[in-house]
Write a new protein. Sequence first.
Length: 125
Amino acid sequence: MATRILAATANAEANAVGTLMTGGSVEIYTGSQPATAATAASGTLLATVTLGTAGSASAGVVAMPDPASVNAVATGTAGWFRVKSSGGATVWDGAIGAEGTLSSTSIVSGNPVDLSAVTYTVPLS
């Protein structure tokens, strides 16, 4: 049998992750996403973006408000990102272009980086 999740359950999970993300950060790296979120970060750290307060989940999706742009600390092509809590603990990883959206994946040291969207989704069934 397949697992089926109610929207209320998916929203509760997404809201819990949103709470962990609130006041945290997104670290943007070059290369491929590690095998798990527990695996050490790989690639070059391009930028660290500070997150605000998560909104309320709807249909299993929690979204962060559009964070302020930051200046890149290195040059490279963004491939993945790691979301950290306000205390610096890893919350989850994502792929640029899927769960995280940048105005451009070509990052140049000293230039602005605009992470325009960060969402966490619990699939409904």
